[in-house]
Every structure is written in structure tokens, then in C-alpha cells.
Design a protein around this ligand. Sequence first.
Ligand SMILES: [Zn+2]
Ligand SMILES: [Zn+2]
Length: 171
Amino acid sequence: MNTEYKGLGKGKLCYGQQISQQEREEIENSHRKMINEIFKDWSDLHQKQNNINNIYNDKKEIKEFKKLKKMPYEEYLKSQHWINTRNKALVRAKYKCQLCGEKEKALHVHHNTYENKGNEKDEDLIVLCEDCHARYHNKISQSSKLKENKRIAEELRELGIDDADNTFLKV
Ligand SMILES: [Zn+2]
Ligand SMILES: [Zn+2]
């Protein structure tokens, strides 16, 4: 038998054999099926590789997130993550103070919560002008001071010690 490859010519098999039209179609169909199977295997493999990559990326992200969360705040403020997150917050706020609308003063991006430090949600941040930011922090420290003093006053009362001059109720 002639084994020289001649392709799927008219009425010929790969190795030069004479074949009928029907045989040729059968061979072509089986080739097509084979190619489809190979393609399916290949795309399954590709899918698996993608899944592995996703898992790897997730792990990398979690590792990165943990690293950022543990980072001292001063260092964190210099991280590329914070620079990007801060810029996105400024764009969202259209470069205006979200309390008073001020545009000209220095804008600060304030954390409402540090819960998600390293992976902040939009609502975790607020853009404030330097004045509103200072007022905000002042208010917070005043109210936490008041709360703390009330707690101490209550404790003294429970202990039967009279906070006669209301030292701990003064802010
Ligand atoms: Zn702040
Ligand atoms: Zn403001």
C-alpha cells in the first residue's frame, strides 16, 4: 500500500486509497468530531487553568489585604492601594467637600470606619474639606469624652461616691 500522505483529495484517503463519497464523508465527520473533542478538552483545560488563576489571585488579594490591614497607618497612607482608593473617593465626590461643598480648600479623605482598611467600601470613606474634617474630629472627641465621663459618673454613683461638683459630667 502506498503510504505517502496526499491529503483528503477527491475520492482518495490519506494514504492514497480509493474511497467512495460516503466513506469520505464518514471520515470527514469523524475528523470533525475528533477536532471538536480536542477543542472541548482544550477549553475544559483552559477553564481549569482560569479557575486556578482565580483562586491564586484571590489568595494573593487576601494576602495583600491582610498585609495592608496590619500596616501602620502612616505607612498605609503611602501605599499604592490607599493612593488609588483615595483618588477614587475624590472622583466620586467630584473634588468637593461632601459636607459643605467647598472646592478650594485642601480636601481630606476621612475613614468612617477602619473595619475594611486595605479593602475599603465606597461608604467607608467621606471627602471633607480641612475645616469640616477638623470640626468632625472635634465633635467625635467631644462626644466620646462626654460618654466616658457619664460612664465614670455612673460608676462612682454605684460605688456610693458622690460626684458632688459633677467633675465627670463636665466636658
Ligand atoms: Zn478623619
Ligand atoms: Zn467642608
